[in-house]
Structure formats: structure tokens, C-alpha cells
Write a protein that binds this ligand. Structure first.
Ligand code: FAD
Length: 431
């Protein structure tokens, strides 16, 4: 598959800006953006990856867009671009409940559990609209993206009936308890341990970088239930931890931008019932690996800088902001976004078919986060090259400042770039 050709058919309806990918063809040789944007187009031959069969979003799912856009226009009115740039880090439980009331949470879950019974494509359309508009989806994000599907796949009937309807109504928020101090990339070395007792499980240990733990009702954690850290993948299990239990302490961490969205979480003799175990005891590693395909493949690995891009596009359309160099840069960025989006949809098609495309998801995340990180740098270059920087709107500058500060985290969260590249190399038989 030629990704540029495949992406071209999507470029025509790219975003709300009507950008045409053909602008990219007019890039002058030696332009910095061509150098920075090179990896996607030239460093990997996608034709070698059978996992990226082109897939289109079905018409019935595309049909969701007008309603979602109208809803977002109403609910996001008055929110600054800087606030919207937070999007899947933005916490707004009332907004989540409003989405739940519209049936837009848990849209892939079966109706008997309160879900929409729709395909992964329907969720793709929703998420794409939410992220491009900069909707504050952080509160329900993890529950909707991965905890719900994980509970559906591995949970008991009792767990499904308890958790899934609450997730679909936007009432129950989840966080991911994988990383620990000293165990991030090397996840199999985790030390948090749950021991069986008569009442269920007693949990001791500590998690770190847990996004939204301070706002979440439950954590799905990877813990050791037997053996030692040196046993690596053997003896790990997943638990659903009720964060309101005695012995749980959640301490938010302030990040580089001044936001407090991730946390340290301490477990001191936390008593959990037997129903806390999800899936099979000792199968935690396999379950986590499958979960990570959901975590890594979605549009959020492409669109983290989209509100900034939109804000900048709006300015370069004004008399004060227009310039031939900016137009060329816009085309270059759009022409890289389009094939990335096609690849991301191709991974969604694999998920919709019940597969677990771990390597393809890792590839989309690596390429997607690379572009997400380049966008603020390229826009900063453009603004710095202007003769009169005082013409640049304050809101555009504030949004750029936020995205620039947060962008290093794009290639850390959900697995670092180096780890993903190791997985991709293994998947291609190169190591
Ligand atoms: C914004 C944000 C949100 C997060 N949210 C969550 C969350 O909700 N839940 C959760 O569990 N975790 C979360 N994390 C943690 C994240 O998953 C880890 O930061 C990540 O897996 C890296 O682990 P580490 O920080 O321990 O770094 P380390 O693993 O110590 O890595 C440090 C550096 O060494 C490199 N490195 C490590 N091993 C290798 C290797 N074998 N080969 C080559 N290079 C290597 C890494 O790529 C990295 O550059 C979040 C992180 C961020 C930034």
C-alpha cells in the first residue's frame, strides 16, 4: 500500500480547514519542514507491512459527525484554544455525563450493558471529532478507550453488569496502574503485590505517573500475585482496585506545564474482595499486552497538536498572518496527517475484526507522536520568522507555549519511542 496515495482520498475532507494535500508538492528543496517531516514518507516502506490494509470509515459511522459537531459547538463555546489544547487531559465530569446521555460513551459496548452496540469505526469518528475540537474528554477517556473493552473481554458477568453501565453513563472513571518507580519501560519488573487471604486480596505497593488517579473511581492495575520480580511475565495479574478503599493514598504530581493530571498512588494493606481479580490469575501480562493495542492505536496519537494547528491555520488565513511559507508548511503537515490517519484507521479495522495489531499500533503511535511533536516546533519556527511578531495573536502564542511544554510527554506516555521501535523491529524480524 502506498500510504500517501491511500491518505490522499482522506485529505480532501481533512479537518474543518479544507486543506489540500497537493500543497505539499510545492515545497521548495531544503525547506526545514521537509527535513523534519521526512521520517514518515521515507524511512519505512509501508508496503512491507501487511497489517495496513486500507480501510474506509463506513457511511453510517460518518453520519454521526453533524450531530457531534453541533453538540461540541454548543458545549465548547467560550473555551479558549489553550484550554481546548488539553483535550484528553482536560477534566470535566459534567461534559462526560452529557456525552453519556447522548449515547456517545461505550459506543462499542453491547446494548445489554448500556453500550451503543456499534463498531470501532463509530468510536473512531466520535474520538476524531472530540480531539479535533479539543473537547475535555479526560475524565472518561481511559474507561471508554480501554477499561470498558477490557472488562467486556476478560470480566465476569458480575463485573460487566456492575462496571459497564456506569462507564457508559459517564459516572465511573478509571485509571491505568502499570508504571512503578523503576518499572516503566521494564514493566515486567513491577513489585506491587497482591496476596490472597480469606476476604480476597491484600494489596501493597506503589504506582506512579497514573493519569487522573485523583479523579478516578477505579484503577485497573498490573500486580504480582505470585513469584518474584525476577520471574518477569510469570505470576502477574490484573486487579480492579476501588480507589476509595482504606489504605489507598493518591498524591498528584505537578508537571512541566503546571497541570496536575498524573499521580503517585500508594497501597498499604488495602483489602480487596475476591471479585477484584479480572481475567485469569497469572495471565496479567497477556491481558496488558492486548490492552496496549487499544491504548496505542487511536487518533489521540495523531491529534494532540491539532487545536494548535487549527488556531495557527485560522491566523495564516488572515491578512496579517498569511505568507507563502506558511501555506507550504500547512500543506506539508496535512500531507503527513492524511496517511497517518489512513494507517490509524487500518489499525482500527484490525481491532474491529477482533485482532490485536500490537506492532502496527506501535508504529502508528511512533509516527503519530513524532508528527505531534514536530507541529509545535514548525509553527514556532514560522512565527519566529515573521517580520512583526507583535501581530501574532496572544491566544495562538499561549496555545503554542502550552503544546510546546507538554509535547515531550507525547512520546513517553503509553510506551516510549525507543521501546516501540524495539517492538517494531522485532515485529519486522529485524531483531
Ligand atoms: C503524560 C504521561 C502520562 C502517563 N500516564 C500513565 C498512566 O496513566 N499509567 C501508567 O501506568 N503509566 C503512565 N505513564 C508512564 C509511562 O508509561 C512511562 O513513563 C513510560 O513507560 C516510561 O517509563 P519510565 O518513565 O520509567 O522511563 P524509563 O523506562 O526509565 O526510560 C527512560 C529512558 O530510557 C529509555 N529506555 C528504557 N529502556 C530501554 C531499552 N530497553 N532500550 C532503549 N531505550 C530504553 C526510554 O525510552 C526512556 O527514554 C505516563 C507517562 C506520561 C509522560
Amino acid at each position: 500500500m502506498n500510504p500517501v496515495a491511500a491518505g490522499g482520498k482522506y485529505a480532501a475532507d481533512w479537518g474543518r480547514n479544507g486543506l489540500a494535500a497537493h500543497l505539499a508538492r510545492h515545497e521548495p528543496p531544503g525547506c526545514r519542514c521537509a527535513v523534519m517531516l521526512q521520517p514518515l514518507s521515507s524511512s519505512i516502506d509501508m508496503t512491507q507491512l501487511a497489517g495496513f490494509e486500507p480501510a474506509a470509515l463506513p457511511a453510517e459511522d460518518e453520519a454521526l459527525r453533524p450531530d457531534v459537531r453541533a453538540f461540541l459547538t454548543h458545549h465548547l463555546a467560550g473555551l479558549s484554544a489553550e484550554a481546548r489544547a488539553r483535550s484528553w487531559s482536560g477534566y470535566d465530569p459534567a461534559f462526560s455525563r452529557a456525552l453519556g446521555a447522548r449515547g456517545w460513551l461505550g459506543i462499542t459496548l453491547p446494548p445489554e450493558y448500556g453500550g451503543g452496540g456499534r463498531s470501532a469505526y463509530a468510536r473512531y469518528v466520535l474520538v476524531e471529532e472530540f480531539l479535533c475540537a479539543g473537547a475535555p474528554v479526560g475524565s472518561h477517556w481511559i474507561a471508554d478507550r480501554q477499561s470498558g473493552p477490557l472488562i467486556l473481554k476478560y470480566g465476569t458477568e458480575e463485573q460487566r453488569r456492575f462496571h459497564l453501565p456506569r462507564i457508559c453513563r459517564g459516572e465511573s472513571f478509571f485509571c491505568i496502574g502499570m508504571s512503578e518507580p523503576g518499572s516503566g519501560s521494564d514493566l515486567a519488573s513491577i513489585r506491587t503485590r497482591a496476596r490472597r487471604n480469606d476476604a480476597g486480596w491484600v494489596l501493597n505497593g506503589r504506582k506512579i505517573w497514573t493519569t487522573n488517579a485523583h479523579h478516578s473511581h477505579f484503577m485497573i492495575a498490573l500486580v504480582r500475585t505470585s513469584g518474584e520480580p525476577t520471574d518477569r511475565h510469570v505470576g502477574l495479574s490484573q486487579l480492579i482496585i476501588d480507589l476509595s478503599r482504606p489504605g489507598v493514598t493518591v498524591r498528584p504530581i505537578t508537571d512541566l506545564t503546571g497541570d496536575r493530571h498524573f499521580c503517585e498512588v500508594f497501597f498499604d494493606d488495602v483489602q480487596l474482595g475476591p471479585e477484584a481479580l479480572i481475567g485469569a490469575e497469572g495471565q496479567g501480562w497477556a491481558q496488558v499486552t492486548a490492552e496496549l493495542a487499544y491504548e496505542r492505536s487511536g487518533p489521540e496519537r495523531i491529534y494532540s497538536s491539532m487545536v494548535l494547528f487549527d488556531e495557527w491555520l485560522a491566523w495564516i488565513r488572515t491578512p496579517a498572518g498569511q505568507s507563502p511559507g506558511a501555506t507550504r508548511l500547512a500543506g506539508r503537515i496535512a500531507s503527513h496527517l492524511a496517511p497517518l490517519r489512513a494507517m490509524s484507521i487500518a489499525v482500527t479495522a484490525r481491532l474491529a475484526a477482533g485482532e490485536s495489531p500490537v506492532v502496527e499500533a506501535a508504529l502508528v503511535k511512533d509516527l503519530g507522536t513524532t508528527l505531534e511533536q514536530q507541529i509545535p516546533a514548525l509553527i514556532a519556527d514560522d512565527l519566529a520568522s515573521r517580520d512583526d511578531p507583535s501581530q501574532v495573536p496572544a491566544e495562538l502564542l499561549a496555545t503554542l507555549a502550552y503544546v510546546t511544554r507538554v509535547s515531550p510527554s507525547f512520546s513517553l506516555r503509553g510506551g516510549t519511542r525507543e521501546i516501540l521501535r524495539g517492538m517494531i523491529a522485532r515485529g519486522l524480524g529485524l531483531r
